[in-house]
Write a protein that binds this ligand. Structure first.
Ligand code: KG4
Ligand code: ZN
Length: 355
């Protein structure tokens, strides 16, 4: 079974081909350069960049996969899959239009899937193919720029929501704190790089653990960083504007390390509590923030000490990519579940059980 997939939910334009569980191509054009100077994704610029790049990205994905271009023929592709949400509306429309067009040209099925399910299933990839067993029932933690969600998963398409962030997502908190500190965009890798220079967690930031719930909240933590900087600037006798205070390099790495530690501790605490409460076999973690080395290290330590098998998506498949979207379509087709043939997009799409 050969699947062509498109991912355009946010700031990565991606297309790829999956053949019987093997990734033949996974081309990702990152828009980082476009959004960097705004220190965040500008939706209008994202849509335009997707529209400009999608044809090139598709062409490369097909040629990397050894599919003749431009000699499109029927039956070369069994299904075209696209991420129909959640994401930026304009960006989603570009992916949908490309997918619809490709499906017509190839005479193949068209399947709209959930981007977050892609992050969840990406754990299955190892060394460029589907190799790992999901070992249901499991707990899945999705930590990305727009979402932080904890799911109990009993099988493909059998989900139960346990918790989600009530305000900022973990990745969003990384991005906002990076901006406060004048670091690069995207904030996650920039904060991680600074944090790696320091192994002292000297600044006491709160661990935002809401009681009796698996929900998360990260906006207070971001505000704590802002207040910390404001207080510093007052001590320094300057006006209480965060940006007016000139932070020393050493302080930046201390703040980054302490902030990162607070995020990681919260995620580890909640995710492992869920595994223990529901006595599931395993915990899997995906999404852009799952690329963070300190997060991987602390989860791995906790996994050993509490004898809980914890698995991460490979770093390449943590951030947005078309291979994980193809994987969603592949799983849907294999389970024989009805697929979504509607050519819609839904910027607020939630993970739902497969019908
Ligand atoms: O999954 P993703 O590529 O896109 C969304 O679906 O949102 O995640 C992007 C997010 C950004 O907020 C980025 O700062 C964060 O993931 N991120 C990281 C790291 N790499 C990416 N956060 C922490 N540490 C990282 N190494
Ligand atoms: Zn994502």
């Amino acid at each position: 079974m050969r699947i062509l997939a498109f991912e355009t939910t946010c700031d990565e334009t991606s297309a790829g081909v999956l053949e019987n569980g093997k990734i033949l191509s996974n081309v990702v054009f990152s828009q980082i350069k476009i959004h960097r100077r705004y220190k965040g994704v500008v939706p209008e610029l994202a849509s335009r960049a997707h529209a400009e790049k999608i044809a090139l990205v598709l062409k490369k994905a097909l040629s990397d996969a050894g599919i003749p271009v431009p000699l499109f023929r029927k039956k070369l592709i069994d299904a075209v899959v696209y991420a129909r949400g959640p994401g930026l509306p304009g960006a989603l429309l570009v992916g949908r239009t490309a997918a619809e067009t490709a499906a017509k040209i190839f005479g193949s099925k068209l399947i709209g899937v959930n981007h977050l399910e892609g992050h969840l299933l990406a754990y299955e990839f190892e060394g460029g193919r589907i190799k790992r067993n999901l070992d249901f029932p499991l707990i899945a933690l999705i930590v990305s720029g727009g979402h932080t969600e904890l799911w109990r998963v009993r099988g493909y398409g059998r989900y139960e929501a346990l918790g989600r962030t009530r305000d900022d997502a973990a990745g969003e908190a990384f991005d906002k704190v990076a901006k406060l500190l004048g670091l690069d965009y995207p904030g996650g890798p920039a904060v991680e790089k600074e944090a790696a220079k320091c192994r002292r967690y000297s600044v006491e930031f709160p661990r935002p653990c809401l009681k009796d719930t698996f929900d998360f909240s990260f906006s207070g933590l971001k505000t704590a960083v802002a207040y910390y900087l404001r207080d510093k600037s007052q001590v320094a006798g300057r006006r209480s504007q965060v940006t007016r205070y000139k932070i020393q390099d050493k302080e930046i790495s201390e703040i980054c390390a302490s902030f990162q530690e607070a995020v990681v501790d919260t995620l580890v605490f909640k995710a492992l509590a869920a595994v223990e409460k529901f006595r599931t076999r395993r915990l899997i973690i995906g999404g852009g923030v799952a690329a963070n080395s300190r997060l991987r290290e602390k989860f791995a330590q906790a996994a050993v000490s509490r004898a809980i098998p914890v698995g991460f998506a490979e770093k390449e498949y943590c951030t947005d990519n078309a291979a994980m979207i193809a994987l969603c379509g592949y799983r849907r087709l294999l389970t024989g579940k009805k697929f979504l043939n509607a050519v819609d997009v839904d910027s607020e799409l939630k993970i739902e059980n497969w019908k």
